[in-house]
Design a protein around this ligand. Sequence first.
Ligand code: TYD
Ligand code: MG
Length: 404
Amino acid sequence: MADLGELPMQRLASGYAELDRVLGGGLVPGSLVLVGGDPGIGKSTLLLQSATAMGRERSVLYVSAEESAQQVKLRWQRLQGCGADLQLLAETDLELVLEELEALKPDVAIIDSIQALHDANLTSAPGSVAQVRECAASLQRLAKRQNTALVLVGHVTKEGVLAGPKVLEHLVDAVLTFEGDRFASHRLLRAVKNRYGATHELGVFEMRGQGLEEVGNPSELFLSGDQASGVATIVACEGTRPLVVDLQALVSTTSYASPRRTATGIAVNRLHQILAVLEKHMGLPLSRYDCYLAVAGGLDVEEPAADLGVAAAVVASYRDLTLPAGTVLLGELGLGGQLRAVPQLELRLQEAARLGFRRAVVPQASGMSAAAAALGLELLEASRITEALVMALGDGLVSQDEAG
Ligand code: TYD
Ligand code: MG
């Protein structure tokens, strides 16, 4: 019996390795991909650049429903896209878009955005749930029939993704989200759903004057370079991609009845739990301190493998200690204060070594001695939180008295 999963699947390279990575190897003909993200984050820029790159090899239709042809052309010139063979259509009427799609039968069609299209046969307003759903379904039927890879842009609205990506998630083959901090230049692209690839792969771009540029070595983005108290370095894994990331904590005496806990890039409940473990098992009176925690570069780190790094950052700030340079910390923290193994440890150690880190504090019985030695990493194995932190921060940690 033929295994469907093993049939070779044709993929169209998007022109950007970072985008291909998130797609699972490129666009699949006849598939429907939704790219969501806040307005202004760079969706149009990304897709126009990709369309331009693909236009050099195959037929691509770019439908701009939000900006005039003139606006898109200006942007395109800025992106130095001239010379590529790109069909541009500035149109909001679904009927006319379908006609063009059918006439051109392009390999790839990009609709920017699905919310700006409208079907004149429907009475509801453009951007409404019914319109978005109907327009997407009609486009998909045609695209599937003629094997066009279809990419839809969808805005995420502040009011809770109203008529945007959520409405379409079940219909499309893949949902990519483009995100980033308005105040920082890098942008992260992830797959939150992908029928043709793994989810949680991460693509990294940087917004420059000439558009988006790929960041092949994103770890450099997430290292603050600070050698300050309260900074700890971890290696997070986004899909199969290891990222060396700095965490920074600030612990200060509270002036509130209940202390403040704020976390950026890490779930605040996780922080609560780690603080409770430190209080209980190391005797630190953290309930009398405010605690702020931030992940450098605006990355979201969801995995428990970051626990030990969070704990180290908190304790270092509390003690006003600086972690020795070149040290990464990896480990999940159990409620009993024990350290638990983290997945993909070798991959993480390799990335740390690649970036010049020299020491890694990891959970006991990691089985990594040989691998670490080959990488030139000093491996420090610990079974409990206190042990790990003494290894990382030194004796200054235990020599002070806890009376305070
Ligand atoms: P855009 O792609 O229009 O966002 P979206 O389609 O998601 O709404 O990107 C808009 C922002 O990107 C805008 O604030 C200007 C900035 N930008 C650059 O910084 N450099 C560039 O080369 C381009 C084209 C845009
Ligand atoms: Mg746009």
